[in-house]
Design a protein around this ligand. Sequence first.
Ligand code: PHE
Length: 500
Amino acid sequence: MAEDLKLTILKRLADGDVVADTSAAFKDVSVEAVLGALKSLEIQDKVTYETLATEVWTLEAEGRDQLDNGSYEAQIFNAVPAGEEGISIDELKAKFGAKAVLGQGKGFANKWIRKSGTNIVRVAAAIVDQTQADLQTVAATGTHPDASVIKALRGRKLIASKKLLSYAVRKGARFSTELKKQVTDLTTEMLQSGAWKEAEFKKFNFDSLGVSPGSGHLHPLMKVREEFRQVFFETGFEEMPTNSFVETAFWNFDALFVPQQHTARELQDTFFLKDPVAASSLPAIWPDVKRVHESGGYGSIGHRCPWAEDEAKKMVLRTHTTAVSSQMLHKLAQEPYRAAKYFSIDRVYRNETVDATHLAEFHQIEGVIADKNMSLGSLIDFLGVFFEKMGISNLRFKPTYNPYTEPSMEIFSWHDGLKKWVEIGNSGMFRPEMLRPLGLEDGVQVAGFGLSLERPTMIKYGIDNIRDLVGHKVDLGMVESNPACRLDKKMGKEVFQRTD
Ligand code: PHE
C-alpha cells in the first residue's frame, strides 16, 4: 500500500514535474500517509518537498444540524403557521427545546416573526435562509468569500478553523519512477560479486536517536549522602570506614561507657547475632573499660555495677555509627598526638516497630572532633558553621542525656512554617570515662554529633512514607527518575525545619 503511494507520487512527478499541492492531488489519502511516503522518498533523494499549511473552516455539530435542517430561525419560522393566530410560545418550546429561544431571537431580529400575547405570529410572507446558504458555502469550500460571514458564523459557534497540512513536491537529485529496495549493509558477497555497483544504499540518518545505554542510578539516600560528604570534606573531615555492620557490644556500648544494665542493650532494642553469638576475644583495653564501669577513674565514680566480659563479647548489628567512632578514636590514640576530625554516613540497625517514619535500619550522619582546645563552646561554634552551609543559621541547644557524652545537647532549629523549634540532631562532649580507656591522653577533648540521613532525604524528595524510600516496595522508577540533589541554602531550610 505504502509502496503504491510512493510509486503514484513518482508517476505524477514524471508526468508533470511538480505536485503543487498534495491535498488536491491525493484527496482520498490521509496527510499522515502522504507525509510518510514523502519522507521515505526524500531519504532516497527521489523527491524534495515543502510543507504548505492552510487554514480551513469546518462545521461544528450545530452548524451541521443547521446545514441539514435549516437555520434555527428558519425552522421556527416554518413552524409558525401563516395567519393572525400563529403558534403559542409554549408549543414552540415543547417542539424545539433550547433551539426555540435562539431561533426566535434571530427571527425577531430578521423581522420574520413577532410576539403577539403569548403567541408568535409571522411578519414576513416568505424568507430566504441565508445562514443555511452560507453554511453550504463553507462546507463545500472550507471558507467563505465574505470575511464578515466567517466572523458571524464563528461567533455563533457554527464553524471552527482547522489547520490543514499539505505538501508541494518536486523531483529530487536521484529522481526515477523505479523503487529499488535500499541496501543497509555492504556484505562480503556484494563485494565479491560486484553487486554493490548496482545497489542503492540507504542513507545514514544521523538525527535518529540510538538505544540509550543502560546505566545505574543512585538511590536518593546516596545522592543526599554525597552532598553531606562534600560538606564534611569542605570543613576538613576524614571519612571513617563504616563497612562493617556487625560489631561487638564492646565497641557499640561498653567502650562508650554505656552500662551493661542499660535498656538499649536489651533484645527489644538491639539485634543480637545468633551466629556467631560472641567474639572470641576483646581488645586489650578491656580491663580498663571494666574498671571504669565498675569502680570509676579519671575523676568518675563509675556505674558501680558488675561488668561481664561475656556481655561485651556479644555480637550486635551496630545501633549507631558511634561504634565506629569509638574504634577510630582508639586508633588515633595509638599515634603521637594530633587533632582529628572524622565523619561517617552509614547504616545502623535498631529493633524498632516499623511504621511510616521508622524502619529497623536507617542511616546516621556522624562527626567527631578531637582536639586539645575542644570545648562545648567550640562544638556549638562548629555546628553553627556546619548547618550554615545548609542554610540553617538559627540554632538552639537543649541539655539532654547520652551515656557517653557530658554535657549532651539536642540541636534545635527554628521552623518558619511550623513556627516552632524542631529537633535536628544530637551532640555532646565525650566523657573522660570513655576517652581515657581508649588511650587518648589527658587534655584531649572530643566532641561528637549525629543526625539521620533519611529525614532530610524524605523532605527533599517529597516522600512521606519511609517504605517508599527504602525496602522491597520501592518503585524503581522513582530511583531512576529522581533529580540530582543540591544542599543549597534554600534546601537546608526546607529540609531541617520540618518535623512531619
Ligand atoms: N550516637 C548518637 C545517636 O545515636 C548520636 C551522637 C553521636 C551523640 C556523637 C553524641 C555524640 O543518636
